[in-house]
Design a protein around this ligand. Sequence first.
Ligand SMILES: [Zn+2]
Length: 398
Amino acid sequence: MTQEARKHIVPREDNVGILNSSREDTGREKPMKDPTTFLEKRALQLHLQEECLSRRKILGLLSLVGAGMVLAPGAAIGQGVTKGPQIIDTHHHIFPPKFTTRNLKQILGDSPFPTSFYANWSPRNSLEQMDQSGVATAIGSITDPGVWFGDNEEGRKNARDCNEYGAKLIQDFPGRFGMWGAIPLPDADGSLREIEYVYDVLKLDGIGLLTSYDNGKLLGHSNFAPVMEELNRRKAVVFVHPTVSCCAMPIGHVNRTSIDFPTDTTRTIADLVYSGTLMRFPNIRWIFSHGGGTILMLISRLAGARMTPEERAARIPNGLEPELAKLYYDIASVAVNPAAMAAVFKAIPKDHILYGSDVPFWTVEKIATAMNKFEISASDLRKIQRENALQLLPRWKT
Ligand SMILES: [Zn+2]
């Protein structure tokens, strides 16, 4: 392997010391720290897969892959999935190269993964997994921490770069990728402008939001009302991804995302319900990640929220559960947890459950395998794999 090729696949930096770089610059093997947590194991697994793939197949393409450039549509991988369930993956992360390079420090903030995990991502990484596990189409999204890091102009530029990259993916690999457009909340004016561009120019699939912004402002916050009003006007499909909130309490040995991602999802759903935002903007179709976080475990506790009879009649006229059942939920990460899936199947109508892989943090194969063990009818499985997504995203029907 040439030095140039190795440069693209070997992590040179390691923000948390998980991989500790498996090779030194000399190319000699170096002992790895034993992985213990899921994320550590996943990081190691991905690293080994990456090395294996590079040796087998892509020596000559590494400079392209390492740079995260879109490969020519004629490449062998990514030609399309013509058999099987034709899964639509609504929770699938992409890392646009310009945006990622410019914002690595923020992206690495709470991540246990090394720089190379993000900087070396390419469409090929996604497509190979999709092809192997029957995923026809993946709707790309920008994961936590989003695109706004305190400066409105930078946030607007980040959102634009991500969205234009997503539009190019859609164009370069017809039928394989969609995109939840990124907007620079909490910058409401910039977000409104980007929503217009996402819908009227790029024609992406909907909007991707985080559960909270700017020191814990949840999605029902009054600052975001103009944006919600516009999303409601456009009957937007909104994919909500968790973030680590301002107030996440660190716990030794536990990655902050493990607890605070599902917790912040719960907070923002509760806020949308009890602030009256869901009722005020009923045309927005909401998708929440990871089975809705912990919300299903808290239904009885949340049902007792302090409200006047008038407020209760306006916001949860039939109780909390019917409001939760109006939302959509993906099965990323919870698919492998039978107890969590039991709650999802009990509380959520089968036609509001969506397939989500959370690639590259989980593998498509892991979620697809778990899904095939669900004790549900073949027609319900089909809904989760594809048909429910088509209700929200009819353009993928062909
Ligand atoms: Zn995710």
